[in-house]
Ligand binder design. Structure first.
Ligand SMILES: Nc1ncnc2c1ncn2[C@@H]1O[C@H](COP(=O)(O)OP(=O)(O)OP(=O)(O)O)[C@@H](O)[C@H]1O
Length: 279
């Protein structure tokens, strides 16, 4: 496996909680997950799967289609319970929806009837922040994601990339300790996608959260992550973990052309290809 440098990790702001820094943000231990359909047919999505995400770490999950990647995220959120095994968040067993967890999915989760500013303010308002403070914070986040000129626009008046920026602002405004992302940029064109990846890395490096990023795109996984988890074909179990020693900060439009990146891609792809060919 490849050694890690984690060059920027030491510069990030420490997590604002009293927990031991060595406690994993996410600890999935020997988890299996089986679905029973109404006609009684069983589907085993995950089998004896183990994964540990450190505080502040950026992990990506890749694997063949339908292997169980999204199921892994559902287990972390508590929306699903494992059939066997245990999932811990910040050292505690998962117990219902956790406000420390933020999500960004492939589809936009913006409210179509609210303007950009109102969309971004929704989270803090929902969490009980006073109105003035919530809107002041929302204005700051709208500016941070470069949408200040579009603050009063509605989602249907925005491009796909702009809506994704709204989604990032909506999520980061809550300073999530854990950020779960399921194919968040897959609907975007290549150029917009590259810009959004850069923005994601900038936002992430300014906060202390851990990220689990599910993607079909191996290059995206390598470019973004500290660690790439390769899952087997269904029922998914952990095939291998690669630590990505590319220095940070990384520039998405350049990193893919570095020889080290190409070497890592080749190595992981030879692992992943065996699984993809089975599906
Ligand atoms: N609620 C459910 N009930 C029954 N089967 C389910 C349920 N959720 C997922 N599955 C099945 O579990 C398996 C894993 O699904 P999952 O969505 O986790 O895969 P994935 O790796 O994210 O897929 P993709 O790469 O296509 O997005 C699939 O066979 C899917 O049909």
């Amino acid at each position: 496996m490849i050694a890690s440098s984690n060059a920027l990790a030491a510069e990030r702001v420490p997590a604002a909680n009293t927990m031991n820094r060595d406690t994993p943000a996410i600890d999935i231990r020997n988890v299996s997950c089986r679905f029973i359909s109404p006609d009684g047919k069983a589907t085993v999505a995950l089998r004896d799967f183990t994964m540990s995400v450190a505080q502040g770490e950026f992990c990506a999950i890749v694997g063949p289609t339908g292997c169980g990647k999204s199921t892994t995220l559902s287990l972390i959120t508590g929306l699903l319970k494992p059939t066997v095994g245990e999932v811990r968040i910040m050292g505690e067993p998962v117990n219902g929806i956790d406000p420390r967890i933020g999500f960004v999915f492939q589809s936009d989760a913006v409210f179509p009837w609210r303007s950009v500013l109102h969309n971004v303010a929704a989270g803090p308002l929902f969490r009980g922040k006073p109105k003035d403070a919530a809107y002041a914070l929302a204005e700051e986040w709208v500016r941070r994601v470069g949408l200040n000129k579009f603050s009063n626009h509605y989602p249907h008046q925005l491009s796909g990339g702009m809506r994704k920026r709204v989604a990032l602002a909506q999520t980061f405004i809550n300073s999530p300790e854990i950020l779960l992302m399921d194919e968040p940029f897959s609907a975007l064109d290549m150029q917009t996608r590259t810009l959004m990846q850069d923005e994601l890395l900038q936002l992430w490096s300014s906060q202390s959260g851990s990220v689990v990023f599910v993607t079909h795109d191996l290059e995206e996984a390598i470019a973004l992550a500290d660690k790439v988890y390769v899952l087997t074909a269904r029922p998914a179990t952990l095939k291998s973990v690669y630590e990505i020693d590319l220095p940070r900060p990384r520039v998405m439009s350049e990193v893919r052309y570095e020889q080290r990146f190409i070497d890592i891609s080749r190595k992981i792809w030879s692992d992943l290809r065996e699984e993809v060919q089975m599906t």
